[in-house]
Write a protein that binds this ligand. Sequence first.
Ligand SMILES: CC(C)(COP(=O)(O)OP(=O)(O)OC[C@H]1O[C@@H](n2cnc3c(N)ncnc32)[C@H](O)[C@@H]1OP(=O)(O)O)[C@@H](O)C(=O)NCCC(=O)NCCS
Length: 171
Amino acid sequence: MHIRTEREEDYSQIYEVVKKAFEKAEHSDGNEQDLVEKLRKNKAYINSLSLVCEDNDKIVGYVMFTKNKIGKVTGLTLAPLAILPKYQHRRLGTLLVKSGLKIAKELGYEYVVVLGNPKYYNRFGFVTSKEFGIKSPFDVPSKNFMALNLIDNDDREDLNAVVEYPKPFLK
Ligand SMILES: CC(C)(COP(=O)(O)OP(=O)(O)OC[C@H]1O[C@@H](n2cnc3c(N)ncnc32)[C@H](O)[C@@H]1OP(=O)(O)O)[C@@H](O)C(=O)NCCC(=O)NCCS
């Protein structure tokens, strides 16, 4: 298995991977593959944080981190994360997220937010976003709206802000 940045020639394969992964997902609006395409054209897009997981030459997993605004801070949104059904439960999702978080930290991003299952995201250190004063603009249970602080800072103040998402996330 190999993790690398996405390239233009991967786009059609990525579309299928995301579509297939979310077909059987617990929570899906069926449009996650289109969200990826829209985000690529948005200024929130970061190529170095759009990662594929390859098995030989086949793309089997994908993750995207895009820019958001949390008050004055530029943060990241982790979405979508998708592993082909046949390849799930083999730690590839974990590998993709950990690889992305490492790059995000190196690039100096402080906060990552994610909407998802806490049982899955707790393992990376995500906690309910309320702990940082980060609020969701969506009407979702607070336990599902999580944030991770990538920079150790004891003097950190609550951000007390609602996350501003780029247009593709807003219906
Ligand atoms: C969720 C997903 C990305 C996980 O990737 P993965 O490679 O299968 O997961 P990993 O192998 O890294 O981790 C497996 C662990 O996650 C748990 N897990 C897998 N899918 C889960 C889910 N949807 N919710 C909660 N926990 C989940 C498993 O129980 C397992 O935990 P354990 O090993 O401690 O028992 C993948 O199942 C997927 O693509 N699902 C469909 C799309 C989706 O729901 N994406 C997430 C949107 S937030």
